[in-house]
Design a binder for this molecule. Structure first.
Ligand code: FAD
Ligand code: NAD
Length: 467
């Protein structure tokens, strides 16, 4: 029986464990904080649960335009204690569910901090040490395969170290006793944009410090532009600049920008990126190659530079998404256990920014279009969609990319409330190589937002030379 040790119990680790167990391996997962990992306990699940409550406030605010009376924004508010309790309760319950499932499938779950302890490089067998909170070695495991799935932690900016009271990282916010009076969010990547949007929806004054020309540098500029417009139209303040330091003041915080300006607020939320969790794993000694960024270098089947040692998830820096982490973990196990395996295809990854409106993407976008590929693009504003008009949704669009020669759908962007649900047909088209004609001939519900996706297909049909 193949012995497998997985370090880290997040989506990369637990999904890998389920695959390995189903294939008959002897699987141990070592996790220091709790099964489900940061994804379930502090990052993805808590933030989306908080955003669900904040979004309910938006529903109230926007209801007046639909003729609803008596639901004025001033009359409603967020009960922070109840929201925090709900956030933490859901996270703990989901962690317990996953743990139970793992144990039910025969996976051994060990609490502790793990590190590789191979004495000699190049052996077919590996050793992993487990330590308890005091640093005492509690056991040493011998194994055929190791999966490093240790995730990433918030990056700390020197001079702006979180004190976890007023200067916060995103894992602190669920311990706040009161809503911030004025939250300054520093960093406008996905994490910063989501929290800035969420707190604004929840009724908090928000300033977003963005070091880039546009928020969300990873997205197409027209999508980021919609987000900026909505954010500002709802009272959010955008401050272009780079934070040099954050100080505590009598009333709250002062954020010093590199150009000498200062932004004051009651709290600062640091969202300036992540660092991979590789410290203390002994990777260097075992010969596991790291990139200059500190991420573990892997190929498309999750192999590291050392035979028998695989890595998956945020620690590899390949698209930091729970879905990608899980797929990398599964692929590692299929490969290690000799199953047929398809290397990961990053061009088919769907991603979503949970702002208001949401931004969902798959495949190529305008900013990632290769020069040598002839692609047709159509962009349909949400304001032209019948269902959107009925719900008074004005901000957003559906954008579709198709190869000129064949009409094959190669990418899409949806900016709309619920874009995370709407992107699936485009993701399916990109994954399966469907054409704009396939989309155009698909029945969409009338009226529906997804009708804009089939309509986009019809608009591009002229480009489908094989139609
Ligand atoms: C605020 C925020 C919101 C996000 N929202 C989304 C979202 O909506 N959708 C999405 O797809 N992605 C989202 N992400 C990204 C997603 O959370 C990550 O991609 C995902 O958590 C990666 O999973 P992982 O298994 O690699 O690592 P993690 O979930 O970080 O799990 C790794 C685990 O390993 C443990 N560990 C580390 N070192 C050791 C060790 N030496 N021994 C034992 N255990 C160890 C850690 O304690 C941790 O529990 C979000 C990220 C952030 C920051
Ligand atoms: N919905 C989701 O799927 C979701 C949500 C959150 C995070 N994530 C993933 O997690 C990963 C990390 O995202 P992130 O947003 O935490 O990090 P990031 O690295 O993507 O963004 C950090 C931003 O902070 C800016 N920054 C850095 N230093 C700064 C300074 N001194 N002052 C002002 N700005 C500064 C950077 O320019 C960058 O734009 C990403 O891969 C993201 O996709 C996904």
């Amino acid at each position: 029986m193949t012995r497998i040790v997985i370090i880290g119990g997040g989506p990369a680790g637990y999904e890998a464990a389920l695959v390995a167990a189903s294939l008959g391996a002897e699987v141990t997962v070592i996790e220091r904080d709790g099964v489900g990992g940061a994804s379930v306990l502090s990052d993805c699940v808590p933030s989306k649960t908080f955003i669900a409550s904040a979004g309910a406030m938006t529903g109230v605010r926007d209801s007046a335009s639909l003729g609803v009376q008596g639901a004025e924004l001033a009359a409603v508010g967020i009960d922070l204690a109840a929201v925090n309790q709900r956030v933490k309760g859901l996270a703990v319950a989901q962690s317990a569910d996953i743990r139970e499932r793992l144990i039910g499938e025969g996976v051994r779950v060990v609490a502790g901090q793990a590190r590789l302890s191979d004495e000699i490089r190049g052996l077919a067998e590996h050793r992993v040490e487990v330590r308890d909170a005091e640093g005492t070695v509690t056991e040493t495991l011998e194994t055929d395969v190791v999966l490093i799935a240790t995730g990433a932690d918030p990056r700390v900016l020197a001079g702006a170290e979180p004190d976890h009271e007023r200067i916060l990282d995103w894992r602190d916010v669920y311990d706040l006793q009161e809503m911030p009076e004025h939250l300054v969010v520093i960093g406008s990547g996905v994490t910063g944009a989501e929290f800035a949007s969420g707190y604004l929806e929840a009724g908090v004054r928000v300033t977003l410090v963005s070091s880039r020309d546009r928020v969300l540098p990873g997205e197409d500029s027209d999508a980021a532009e919609v987000l900026e417009e909505v954010f500002q139209s709802r009272g959010g303040r955008l401050e272009r600049g780079r934070a040099a330091a954050v100080q505590r003041t009598e009333k709250g915080v002062a954020v010093e920008l590199t150009d000498g300006r200062t932004v004051e607020g009651s709290h600062a939320l640091m969202t300036v990126g992540t660092v991979p969790n590789t410290e203390g794993l002994n990777l260097d000694r075992c010969g596991v190659e790291l990139a200059p960024s500190g991420h573990v270098v892997v190929d498309r089947v999750s192999r590291t530079s050392v035979p028998g040692i695989y890595a998956a998830g945020d620690v590899t820096g390949v698209f930091q998404l729970a879905s990608v982490a899980a797929m990398q973990g599964r692929i590692a196990m299929w490969h290690a256990l000799g199953e047929a395996v398809t290397p990961i295809r990053l061009k088919t990854v769907a991603a979503n920014v949970f702002t208001h409106p949401e931004i969902a993407t798959v495949g190529v976008q305008e900013k990632s279009l290769p020069d040598d590929v002839q692609v047709d693009v159509v962009r349909l504003p949400l304001a032209t969609n019948a269902r959107a008009k009925m719900s008074d949704l004005r901000d957003g669009f559906v954008k579709l990319f198709a190869r000129q020669a064949t009409g094959v759908v190669v990418g899409g962007v949806v900016v709309a409330p619920g874009a995370s649900e709407l992107i699936l047909p485009i993701a399916l088209a990109v994954t399966k190589g469907l054409t704009v004609t396939d989309l155009a001939h698909t029945f969409a519900i009338y009226p529906s937002l997804s009708g804009s996706i089939t309509e986009a297909g019809r608009r591009l049909m002229g480009a489908d030379a094989l139609a």
